[in-house]
Design a protein around this ligand. Structure first.
Ligand SMILES: NC(=O)C1=CN([C@@H]2O[C@H](COP(=O)(O)OP(=O)(O)OC[C@H]3O[C@@H](n4cnc5c(N)ncnc54)[C@H](O)[C@@H]3O)[C@@H](O)[C@H]2O)C=CC1
Ligand SMILES: O=C(O)[C@H]1O[C@H](OP(=O)(O)OP(=O)(O)OC[C@H]2O[C@@H](n3ccc(=O)[nH]c3=O)[C@H](O)[C@@H]2O)[C@H](O)[C@@H](O)[C@@H]1O
Length: 443
């Protein structure tokens, strides 16, 4: 099938590469010339495991193309997938200016019947508006169908999630358009649910908001576990074994971040408010998350009192492991609060440092390794659970620190292992989330 994808961000690029991988011819279009130039050379502008390999393979076998030209990219395509950004506006609503511009721009190049599939996350009712924009602008002799086809991939496992999705959602008015979309996805052998357009749009927001709520819920349970002396990891495991609850998204920590949960939850709240619906549980989801992001700093303040002149190491900057994305990363607020309180911060992240510099600038220092960040620190904060942090020799790490104190925002170290290997390490203090602290008294 001949396909165009508008937008080469996480979603557009992963979608384009995977559709080429299953045998389609795909033109990826972006207005960002730098990105397109890199992509043409087989270089991915984003860090995403497995992406480079599929990118290069499909460019070489002649199924994947990159262009900044709508004319070239759109000509003779059967399906045009829109995957441009829908960031958060100041009032919390979704900013639809990019997607509206993309739709208006592409409409003048449409010469043949085509299906426009909207993959960007858009509030319920947006696709009706986009369809109207298309109808008003397109040549009246061609048939343009619009379908809602929301995306559920996660950054860091975008390729795997696209090739092995739990489900594909197709919201359509026309049976023919839905059938064509199903044909496009057929090689993936993934369950497909077909709905009307508004339900498809809502499935996306309801899913993200539910997952965010699950995280805030387990974080509240964690805070209670901490004061009651229970262990949130065991609690989550015990809860998750109930199939009705499920074990996923029950990792307690320092709150959710990223390019989507924060913005999509706020956009859904905005939609609810503008229709006079008080979505109380979702408001609390946001409030809990705001508090949780500050948790490690709160713990440091209660441990040290005055933070002026203290030196802290941050392990991890990206909002989650396996990505270099810094959007809404908890590391941003943690760095800001610590420096405001007079502390010095040195951070290490395996891949996100360059993106972090664009946001945090020289308000903090950046190290080349975990050990370098930890050197002479009064305490270290685990902010992102990169697998390499779990492999570290904790004793060697504590040895280079000024004070052997760890605030673990992601529970990456196992209490039993620490107890067996470090119970004699004088002065060692370990503060996980939702579990009792582990403290070795100084003799
Ligand atoms: N990042 C993620 O994991 C997921 C994102 N989504 C949704 O997918 C959409 C895209 O998200 P990301 O890929 O993260 O966005 P992104 O911000 O990484 O990339 C968007 C891309 O669109 C390009 N663009 C903007 N206007 C354009 C135009 N008129 N024509 C062509 N290209 C244009 C930009 O240059 C940029 O490269 C958003 O609505 C987001 O909510 C959905 C599921 C997962
Ligand atoms: O709409 C989107 O953009 C995407 O948003 C999330 O994907 P993503 O943001 O890439 O990453 P997640 O793995 O969901 O993590 C989001 C945040 O929640 C946090 N999290 C996740 C799981 C958990 O148990 N605990 C927890 O604190 C992570 O640390 C991270 O900050 C959803 O999981 C995807 O299904 C969705 O497509």
């Amino acid at each position: 099938m001949q396909i165009a994808v508008l937008g080469t961000g996480y979603v557009g690029l992963s979608t384009g590469v995977c559709l080429a991988e299953i045998g389609h011819n795909v033109y990826c279009i972006d207005i960002d010339e730098r990105k397109i130039e890199l992509l043409r050379q087989g270089i991915s502008p984003i860090y995403e495991p497995g992406l480079d390999e599929l990118l290069q393979k499909n460019i070489q076998n002649g199924r994947l193309f990159f262009t900044t030209s709508y004319e070239e990219g759109i000509k003779n395509r059967e399906v045009i997938i829109i995957a441009v950004g829908t960031p958060q506006s100041e009032d919390g609503s979704a900013d639809l200016s990019y997607i509206k511009k993309a739709v208006c721009d592409l409409s003048s190049y449409l010469k043949d019947d085509v299906i426009i599939a909207v993959k960007s996350t858009v509030p319920v009712g947006t696709n009706d508006e986009l369809y109207q924009l298309l109808k008003d602008r397109c040549n009246k002799n061609i048939r343009v169908d619009l379908v809602s086809n929301p995306e559920f991939l996660r950054q860091g496992s975008a390729i795997h999630d696209t090739l092995h999705a739990d489900r594909i959602v197709i919201g359509a008015k026309s049976e023919e358009a839905a059938a064509k979309m199903k044909e496009m996805y057929l090689p993936l052998q993934v369950p497909i649910i077909q709905t009307d357009i508004r339900s498809a749009e809502m499935i996306k927001y309801a899913s993200n908001a539910f997952l965010a709520m699950k995280i805030s819920y387990i974080n509240e349970i964690a805070n209670l576990c901490e004061v009651l002396g229970a262990n949130v990891n065991d609690v989550a495991k015990g809860m998750g074994m109930d199939k009705r609850i499920g074990g996923a998204f029950l990792h307690a920590g320092i709150g959710y971040g990223g390019s989507c949960f924060p913005k999509d939850v706020k956009a859904l709240l905005h939609t609810a408010k503008s229709h006079h619906v008080d979505f109380a549980i979702l408001k609390e989801t946001v409030a809990v998350n705001e508090r949780q992001r500050r948790l490690l700093v709160k713990k440091a303040v209660s441990r040290f009192g005055d933070l002026r002149g203290k030196k802290f190491a941050l392990f991890g900057l990206a909002f989650k492991p396996n990505t270099d994305d810094m959007r809404e990363a908890p590391s941003i607020i943690i760095s800001k609060l610590l420096t405001e309180l007079g502390a010095k911060v040195t951070a290490y992240d395996p891949v996100a440092t360059e993106n972090a510099k664009k946001i945090l600038g020289d308000s903090i220092s950046y190290a080349q390794s975990a050990y370098e960040a930890a050197r002479d620190a009064n305490a270290l904060f685990v902010v992102t659970e990169w697998p390499e942090f779990q492999q570290l020799d904790v004793k060697a790490l504590l040895d280079v620190m000024k004070q052997p104190i760890i605030f673990d925002g992601r529970n990456i170290f196992d209490l039993e292992t620490l107890n067996s290997s470090l119970k004699a390490y004088q002065g060692f203090e370990y503060y996980p989330v939702g579990k009792r602290a582990f403290i070795v008294e100084k003799k």
